[in-house]
Design a protein around this ligand. Structure first.
Ligand SMILES: Cc1cc2nc3c(=O)[nH]c(=O)nc-3n(C[C@H](O)[C@H](O)[C@H](O)COP(=O)(O)OP(=O)(O)OC[C@H]3O[C@@H](n4cnc5c(N)ncnc54)[C@H](O)[C@@H]3O)c2cc1C
Length: 396
């Protein structure tokens, strides 16, 4: 996976103008309580999509004083973001070219800081965010990854000083770090509340639920000069982006097991079948898979149903990571299936070149693959920079 860096703004995000960069600002930002000069002359923005990308983008645009409507086919709990994401973890099945690594490290770092900030300010019960020890397991000795600067205290395991860092049998190494783990439907509710909360001017963010998917972007531009596209896999049809390919993932939701707290991930043994155990605030997620399918083919639709074979495979694989999983049976779990918006040519976080007239602005924010939660707030901050930069000199 590679990243198409923003074409107007430097791809580096220093975080200094991110609303959550300074601890005390997170509360203000959430209350939308900052006096915003732009609100007198607020420009309207329509954000397409109400997954994590659309909600975080909508919130940050509102905080900058834009009047924002989210238009979407589906909302929580029926988005990929609800089904799937949970761990802050830069996971790129196809690897990342060196030239994109700094950019992704920065937006990942902004996102992690924001999750941590929200957890501290609002608590785990309200946000669904906890902080957990994560071990990315390795079959052989491995150098620390390129994204180490974005992670909290990333190191090789020290089982002698911390028994929680003991590796399961068969693994020779690992990357250990502390990271936000998120119960997504709860967090999505928290974000929707944040987006629709009244600002100081009494105005609220609006979420418009459409009875059918948007098929022509010109229809949206009839209502606003600025449109941000956060439709995830939906961009395949809407923008004929054939580089998007769905990475099917099945996961199992289970009751938590007493004493199991750390997150274990093995993406090495079989890249099509990443295996993980993720204890969350009130439940536990067991996974998984990342297999290429085209969701919009008949075969793809078939694949969107969970399969008992996959459930069995997940239970077997995760019990090898922690034998306590042996006490979980297929009757105890609720399977979910989601489709990662994998994009062969990388995350699309830039101005759209789709035949839009010069007095209009289309910005894309999609194609985050298996890291859409991990990159969400940083990507949204990039969108705001682009919109600010391009519209700064527009006539009112
Ligand atoms: C099994 C699995 C596990 C994962 N685990 C993690 C993880 O641990 N950490 C992590 O960071 N990421 C993880 N991911 C990836 C993450 O879930 C995605 O990258 C992320 O959810 C993408 O968010 P999004 O908002 O871009 O898209 P979505 O959540 O898919 O939202 C798209 C929105 O656009 C709307 N839409 C689409 N098309 C149209 C249209 N034409 N008209 C109107 N509305 C439209 C949809 O209704 C929806 O509201 C996982 C994914 C899967 C499948």
């Amino acid at each position: 996976m590679t990243v198409e860096a923003p074409n107007i703004i430097s791809p580096k995000v220093d975080g200094t103008d991110h609303p959550f960069a300074v601890p005390s600002q997170a509360v203000q930002a959430t209350e939308l309580s900052k006096p915003i000069e732009l609100q007198q002359q607020a420009r309207k923005v329509i954000v397409l999509g109400a997954g994590i990308s659309g909600l975080t983008t909508g919130i940050l645009l509102r905080e900058k004083g834009y009047e924002v409507e989210i238009w979407t086919k589906k909302t929580s709990p029926d988005t990929t973001s609800d089904v799937a994401g949970r761990v802050w973890f830069p996971y790129f099945k196809d690897g990342i070219p060196q030239e994109d690594q700094d950019f992704l490290t920065n937006i990942g770092s902004i996102t992690r800081d924001t999750f941590e900030e929200q957890r501290r300010n609002f608590g785990s019960e309200a946000t669904g965010i906890i902080s957990s020890k994560v071990i990315d397991l390795k079959l052989k000795k491995t150098k620390l990854p390129w994204w180490k600067a974005a992670a909290d205290n990333l190191h090789h395991p020290h089982p002698d000083s911390d028994p929680e860092e003991k590796l399961p049998e068969g693994y020779k190494d690992g990357f250990v770090f502390q990271a936000p783990v998120i119960e997504m439907p709860k967090y999505m509710g928290f974000l929707m509340d944040m987006f629709t909360a009244a600002g100081r001017d009494g105005k609220r963010g609006t979420i418009k639920i459409l009875d059918k998917s948007i098929t022509n972007i010109s229809d949206v531009f009839e209502q606003s000069l600025i449109v941000v596209n956060c439709t995830g896999m939906g961009s395949r049809e809407l923008f004929q982006d054939t580089s998007l390919h769905a990475g099917r993932g099945q996961v199992l939701q289970a009751r938590p097991i007493d004493g199991m707290r750390r997150v274990l991930i093995d993406e090495d043994t079989n890249p099509d079948k990443p295996t993980y155990i993720v204890p969350r605030l009130n439940d536990m997620i067991l996974g998984g898979s990342n297999e290429g399918v085209l969701k919009d083919t008949p075969e793809g639709r078939e694949e969107s149903r969970e399969t008992p074979e996959e459930t069995q495979s997940i239970l077997e694989r995760t019990s090898r990571l922690d034998p306590r999983i042996n006490q979980v049976t297929s009757d105890d779990v609720k399977p979910h299936v989601g489709f990662r918006p994998n994009r062969r040519v990388g995350v699309r976080l830039k101005i759209g070149n789709e035949n839009i007239s010069p007095d209009k602005l289309l910005v894309h924010n999609y194609g985050h693959g298996g890291s859409g939660i991990t990159l969400s707030w940083g990507s949204a901050a990039e969108v705001v920079k682009i919109v600010d930069e391009v519209t700064r000199n527009w006539p009112n």
